[in-house]
Design a protein around this ligand. Sequence first.
Ligand SMILES: [Zn+2]
Length: 351
Amino acid sequence: MAPTPPPLDPALERLVRTMPKAELHIHIEGSLEPELIFVLAQRNGVSLPYPSVEALRAAYAFTDLQSFLDIYYAGAGVLVTEQDFFDMAWAYLERARADGITRAEIFFDPQTHTERGVPFSTVIGGLARACDEARGALGVNAALILCFLRHLSEEAALATLEQALPYRDRFIGVGLDSSEVGHPPEKFARVFAKARDLGLRRVAHAGEEGPPAYIRSALDVLHAERIDHGVQSLKDPALVARLKAERIPLTVCPLSNVKLCVFEDLSRHNLRELLDAGLVAMINSDDPAYFGGYLNRNFVETFAALGLDAGHAYRLARNGFEASFATPEEKAADIAALDRHFDACGFAAPE
Ligand SMILES: [Zn+2]
């Protein structure tokens, strides 16, 4: 067991909790709380292999990525109607607002649903409506990124992209998620090339459990513009130099990494080293319902465990806005709001 870190200075904690932020690595199916799983199961007449909310929560004792994914796909099985997808996204967006998130780029896994017979239009219809309404009702500027499941074939990914084309204006990019090891980025070269031709933005999970070589091929073969996780990059100094020179963002997820045993505990997480190396790293929640917390909990626990300060807070928040796929005007407005927030809290925004 790691020693309990001293609590954060209250002024620093308030600054971190209330500062405007972007979240760029959130799987919407991973925001499905046990309570909502039970509500949707009842609404749709789906039987669950758990007798209660408590029993389902107790089953969230993962040992690795695969044991998490097994329960994650079971939970997603309660999503049937467009309203279900709306309700799931809305629950996340309300939490996002509470955590100071002003820009969210939300991953969704259509194959998890289309493989169960749920039409693509149902999935994207509910999610996109929630994003549209969030801008006015919650002040959260949200966009969708369609992820391919890497344990399935590239043919299945190509078919999914084909299904998505009539809804091209409802999502901004594509990503690659699910079981990393044994499924290198090269497997998805053609579908990412097609997405690129269509003008879609590109991200990919790489270097979570997999080797630095997967990060290189995500960049070289998939032309990924951001790397999701990327924490294994420090094993390869030449790769670190490249990530720094090309300012490739890394969407780091501290609580997820601990829950899935990528790091033994938060005090051993390498986020501080990533920042010290000059990399464009930021904090995200990944699958918050399953990994022990939404964005602010990731921030507060990581700051306490690693002894990070207001300068780190500014850098992390600013990296998030700079790495987002928002328009230049939206990014400038978000960064201006961040600077004003630091001023108002009595912390100078570092240059
Ligand atoms: Zn992820």
